[in-house]
Design a protein around this ligand. Structure first.
Ligand code: SF4
Length: 127
C-alpha cells in the first residue's frame, strides 16, 4: 500500500518508497548543484567512515556560494558522485536539499517532467 506525502503549495503527492528501486534517477541526467553545509559534510564523512578533510577533497568542490557535491560524467549523463544504481550511497546522511526533493517550488512549473523522472511522484487527479 502506498503511503503518499502531500505538502501545501505543491500540486503533486510523493511516495518515498519509490526511492528504494528507482536507481537514483533524480540524481542523474542534467548537471545540477547540490549544496552541503559544514555540518552536513561532517555527517557525510562520518557515514563514509572517512576523515572530514579527506571527504571534502574527494567528494566536494568549494565554490563561492559554498560546498557543492562533485559530479561525474557517465553514459547516464551527469551523476552525483554518491549516486549508485542501487540508490544513494549516503542516503541516511544526504543533505537537506536532497531530503526535501521533490518538494522544491520550482517543480510545480515542471510537473510533467518531474513525473516522468521520479517514479514516486503522482500529479493530477490523485492529489
Ligand atoms: S547525495 Fe544522494 S540523494 Fe543527493 S544528489 Fe547525491 S545521490 Fe542523490
Amino acid at each position: 500500500m502506498r503511503s503518499l506525502i502531500k505538502k501545501e503549495g505543491f500540486d503533486f503527492a510523493f511516495d518515498p518508497k519509490a526511492c528504494e528501486s528507482c536507481g537514483s534517477k533524480c540524481c542523474v541526467g542534467e548537471s545540477g548543484d547540490i549544496w552541503a553545509s559544514d555540518q552536513e559534510i561532517a555527517a557525510i564523512a562520518a557515514a563514509l567512515g572517512e576523515e572530514e578533510r579527506v571527504a571534502r577533497a574527494i567528494y566536494f568542490r568549494r565554490e563561492r556560494e559554498g560546498w557543492r557535491i562533485k559530479e561525474r560524467e557517465t553514459k547516464r549523463g551527469f551523476e552525483c558522485v554518491f549516486a549508485l544504481e542501487s540508490g544513494c550511497k549516503i542516503y541516511d546522511a544526504r543533505p537537506a536539499q536532497c531530503r526535501s526533493f521533490p518538494f522544491w517550488h520550482s517543480m510545480n512549473d515542471h510537473l510533467d517532467r518531474l513525473a516522468s523522472e521520479c517514479a514516486g511522484v503522482y500529479a493530477g487527479a490523485i492529489v
